[in-house]
Design a binder for this molecule. Structure first.
Ligand SMILES: Cc1cc2nc3c(=O)[nH]c(=O)nc-3n(C[C@H](O)[C@H](O)[C@H](O)COP(=O)(O)OP(=O)(O)OC[C@H]3O[C@@H](n4cnc5c(N)ncnc54)[C@H](O)[C@@H]3O)c2cc1C
Length: 426
């Protein structure tokens, strides 16, 4: 515990007896999604005074879909206060690849636990003090002080802290202020996503793929699917869901623009909100699924009530620390989803930051932040690069010899099932 013994870097040398009376160090977190809640819980348990501010009003429930988990990530989830007895999701024992006609053409035994975004959100929220989570309040600015930082809120109010953690996602407001040169780079393809109710499956498709991590790999595309909990985190057979992610090339100037055009003709820059995706685009996607995918996956797409797509982006921030503001999770790095490392990386960031701050007990916050940066920049760069290799084959165009070589490597279905959603280590 840091608790009362914490000393700030700017504080003059103080006698030990004085130090024990110093108030808890205060952290403000921008963003109350998975990254913000994880670091909030770890810091709270390390003795910090923590407040989370989330721009969106109300629960974030219903966002996101399925997630792969990795062993280290589960360890950090438990360290953040979640009970080891709380079921996280559904175990799957193998991966299979289907051909265009639905036959299994390859398999790989591999036991993995799949969870859902909402499941993790509920678990993290339940262990964070309710009165310290403020929704509907965005942070618009950070002002550095000699001994800390001031967060400026959308309503003009201000609050001082020793540390401001930007866990505000891929389009981070704080990163835009502090490192405007770091911009999301469009990868050249989109991911269609959705959740099909288990009860909507035909018996044959259920038997064939429901308990599997299944792949369908048409030319230049990738469809994956796996079971996740159903409504209210229910993992009872019959009440679960099947999560799919289908990567398809979409050139930025033409196809992406067309997909992001709503019914009024407005083109949404970067990404279109799912409810505004035109019904004819969804109908067309279902028709393509019948032609390109194995019949099992065509059925999954057909029976998913509200399929939606997300353009895929890379984000790389060579710096994570700006005075007393620190980037974490997707505001720092976004790797394409192929390695399934988004939450695992946010958890690793949170663990590294809290460890560095805890080790500096009685020491220097600024030094701790730089230790965090030195550890997490190489990891972030590495995981983004690894995911770029995995995704090169689906890009609308391969621009470099390296991308062409990666695309060639991942034409091979066996390389794809071997390397997808496997924990990344440096
Ligand atoms: C198709 C796809 C599949 C994926 N699959 C996986 C997977 O299998 N495994 C995995 O681990 N990850 C996966 N991910 C990634 C994962 O969802 C994220 O990496 C992870 O949730 C970490 O996000 P975060 O908390 O840093 O940011 P976000 O979840 O984006 O949260 C940022 C939060 O900050 C809030 N906010 C924004 N601006 C402000 C502001 N100014 N003030 C206050 N609040 C603000 C936002 O409202 C939001 O709630 C996938 C992503 C995609 C797109």
């Amino acid at each position: 515990m840091i608790g009362a013994a914490f000393v700030y870097s700017s504080m003059p040398e103080a006698p030990r007896s004085f130090m024990t009376t110093v108030a808890k160090p205060r952290a403000i977190i921008a963003g109350g999604s998975l990254g913000g809640l994880l670091v909030g819980n770890l810091l709270h348990r390390a003795g910090w005074d923590v407040e989370i501010y989330e721009r969106v009003a109300g629960s974030l429930d219903g966002r996101g879909a399925g997630l792969v988990t990795h062993p280290e990530q589960r360890e950090i989830i438990w360290q953040s206060g979640v009970s080891r007895d709380a079921p996280l999701g559904i175990w799957v024992d193998r991966r299979i690849v289907l051909d265009r006609f639905g036959s299994v053409i390859g398999e790989l035994p591999l036991r993995q636990l799949f969870t859902g975004w909402s499941r993790l959100y509920h678990l993290f929220h339940a262990v964070f003090p309710r009165s310290r989570y403020h929704d509907g309040i965005g942070i618009v600015n950070a002002e550095q002080r000699s001994d800390g930082v001031t967060a400026v809120f959308a309503d003009g109010s201000r609050r001082d802290a020793d540390l401001l953690i930007a866990a505000d996602g891929v389009r981070s407001t704080l990163r835009a202020q502090l490192a405007p040169e770091v911009q999301p780079e469009y990868a050249g393809y989109v991911a269609w996503r959705g959740l099909a109710e288990e009860s909507a499956f035909s018996a044959a498709t259920h038997r064939s793929i429901f308990e599997e991590f299944a792949f369908s790999l048409p030319e230049r595309e990738q469809m994956i699917g796996y079971p996740v909990a159903g409504a209210r985190d229910d993992i009872t057979p019959g009440k679960r869901r099947y999560n799919f992610v289908w990567y398809r090339p979409a050139a930025e100037a033409t196809e992406l623009k067309r997909l992001c055009t709503d019914a009024t003709g407005k083109v949404h820059d970067g990404a279109i909100p799912p409810p505004l995706i035109r019904p004819e685009i969804i109908a067309e996607t279902r028709a393509v699924a019948r032609v390109n995918l194995s019949p099992q996956f065509a059925e999954v797409v057909e029976r998913t009530k509200e399929p939606f797509f997300q353009p895929i982006y890379d984000v790389r921030s060579p710096r994570l620390v700006f005075g007393r503001v620190v980037l974490l999770g997707d505001s720092a790095f976004v790797a394409r989803p192929h390695c399934g490392m988004g939450v695992a990386k946010a958890a690793g960031d949170a663990r590294a930051l809290v460890d560095a701050l805890t080790a500096s007990n009685g020491g220097d916050v600024t030094r701790a932040l730089h230790q965090y940066e030195a550890a997490r920049v190489p990891f972030g760069m590495g995981v983004v690069q690894h995911a770029r290799h995995l995704g090169a084959y689906y890009q609308a165009e391969q621009r470099t010899p390296e991308e062409r070589a990666s695309a060639e490597r991942y034409r091979d279905p066996f390389a794809v099932i071997r390397d997808t959603a496997i924990p990344f280590t440096l």
